[in-house]
Design a protein around this ligand. Structure first.
Ligand SMILES: Cc1cc2nc3c(=O)[nH]c(=O)nc-3n(C[C@H](O)[C@H](O)[C@H](O)COP(=O)(O)O)c2cc1C
Length: 476
């Protein structure tokens, strides 16, 4: 019986996955722009021995539905939205173990800059940072970031492959172990001979120089991934150490986890190269009846317009163009193809209409809502994990911190009693929670490991600018 990893799924915005519920009187989600909101959440999640908080992010707005940004703005659906990197240091300062997996769309970043941002956070969190690598799906992001339209779905993944190569070179290769000597007596902070320019000249990126940050505890942050299209899966099979899935039924998710484990092997990695987490929302109370009552109460706050605005952004499909009871068919869009296939081809026995999608997405996004007593919810989590071949869950909230409090006070003790949740953290870095105690650096089979020490003996900063190198001081 394997351990079930618990993660919290949230976003720096008033409405993440449950449209309309920011209005619930006990929901603090609208305080997302205060530090206390984040530090309180961090303490709470660490009390529940959660592996990590997952911070989602997008760089545009959900304006596909009704061809307008108005429904999302009126509802607070992932807008207003702050930069998710900035609260992490504060959350790290009030915790010792909780990990942080932050989403960043590489499509609109430069590897040289993003690598430094992650190294900085790996230092400040003492090895607790992870990167949820996404390629983005919103046209509205592309339009505001210098493109007339989004790059094609598969081109985004081509870009991603080269981006990863560059950051791995920076994180793993540029600075050798021992480069930072901090030798006050000799007046040498860093030995230039052990710092190497990566000399990357590729199709999309040119980075001739050295990484700006010194090596951090994990070097490469723990790599998470969430794209589930064939290209997304191939990318995850190469790079991911944690894979995050949308699911509507565990039997269907099983196909995805099995296929991805096969793909790990094809990529030269073990079948357990990454942990799989499914998006889940839980509504828990002392009894099943009390939980059902609470769920009904939450549903009364749910917003149909908001749910359809979310669906538009995820799938690229404007459901206002369909009759509310019209059945949907799959088409290739340029958005998140996995979000579209889940409501069309994933389960041939089930058909979906705008009405049923809106109801389903009303609480918890594209994931199940588990409603019941602590025993019922623990049973359901075990069933999901065991049937789907998962290693854990990513717990979204109906209300926050209420949903997390219910879960931590009621379900975590039950799962612990069953031996499925650890009593305390084992290890202190995020990679250790994903890959096992002692595994702080990427595994040897991970593509980043190919750059470990790869530049040793190659040109160094000492060769490049000999006039600035303190050879005399170093005695060379
Ligand atoms: C569960 C899940 C969560 C995701 N979270 C984000 C996110 O926070 N930000 C984002 O830009 N993309 C997010 N994505 C989108 C994917 O990472 C990916 O860019 C998108 O799904 C397109 O790839 P695909 O067609 O391979 O699925 C998420 C996808 C899934 C399945």
């Amino acid at each position: 019986m394997s351990r079930i990893s618990l993660n919290a799924f949230t976003m720096t915005t008033p409405t993440h996955q449950s449209p309309g519920l920011w209005r619930h009187p006990e929901n603090r989600a609208a305080d997302y722009n205060t530090l206390e909101y984040w530090t309180d959440l961090a303490r709470l999640l660490e009390r529940g021995t959660f592996d990590a908080v997952f911070l989602a992010d997008v760089l545009g707005i959900y304006d596909v539905y009704r061809n307008s940004s108005a429904p999302a703005l009126a509802d607070g659906d992932q807008v207003p939205l702050n930069d998710p990197f900035l609260q992490i240091s504060a959350m790290a300062a009030v915790t010792k173990n909780l990990g942080f997996a932050v989403t960043s769309a590489l499509t609109y970043e430069q590897p040289y800059l993003l690598a430094r941002r992650f190294s900085s956070l790996d230092h400040l969190t003492r090895g607790r940072i992870g990167w949820n690598v996404v390629t983005s799906y919103l046209e509205s992001a592309a339009r505001n970031l210098g493109l007339s339209r989004q790059l094609d779905h598969d081109t985004r993944y081509d870009l991603a492959e080269e981006f990863m190569e560059v950051v791995y070179k920076l994180w793993e290769g540029s600075w050798e172990d021992g480069a930072v000597v901090r030798d006050a007596e000799r007046g040498v902070f860093t030995d230039p001979a052990l710092v190497h320019p990566i000399d990357h000249r590729g199709e999309h990126y040119t980075v001739p120089g050295i990484h700006l940050s010194e090596p951090s505890i994990q070097r490469t942050p723990a790599i998470f991934q969430a794209g589930a299209s064939p290209r997304g899966r191939a990318f995850g099979a190469r790079h991911a150490e944690g894979i995050f899935l949308n699911s509507i039924a565990p039997e269907i998710t099983r196909k995805a986890t099995d296929a991805t484990r096969d793909a790990f092997e094809e990529a030269g990695r073990p079948r357990n190269a990454a942990r799989f987490y499914a998006l889940v929302t839980a509504v828990v109370a002392d009894s099943d009846a009390a939980a059902e009552k609470l769920f009904t109460e939450y549903q009364s706050y749910s917003s149909r317009e908001g749910a359809l605005a979310f669906y538009g952004g995820w799938s690229g499909l404007d459901l206002s163009q369909y009759a509310s009871d019209e059945e949907l068919a799959y088409l290739d869009t340029n958005a998140a193809r996995s979000a579209l296939s889940i409501f069309t081809t994933a389960d041939p026995s089930r058909s979906w209409t705008p009405d049923s999608i809106a109801r389903y997405l009303g609480i918890g996004g594209i994931g199940p809502v588990l409603v019941g007593s602590p025993e019922t919810v623990a049973d359901e989590i075990e069933r999901w994990v065991d049937v789907a071949g998962l290693d854990g869950i990513n717990l979204a909230y109906a209300i926050t911190p209420g949903s997390y409090e219910q879960f931590i006070d009621l379900v975590v003790p039950e799962l612990r009693k069953r031996g499925r949740v650890w009593d305390d953290y084992q290890g202190s870095t995020l990679r250790e929670y994903v890959a096992g105690p002692g595994q702080t650096k990427v595994a040897d089979t991970h593509p980043a490991a190919a750059y470990r020490g790869a530049y040793a003996g190659r040109p160094s900063a000492a060769d490049i600018d000999a006039s600035l190198t303190p050879h005399a001081v170093l005695g060379r």
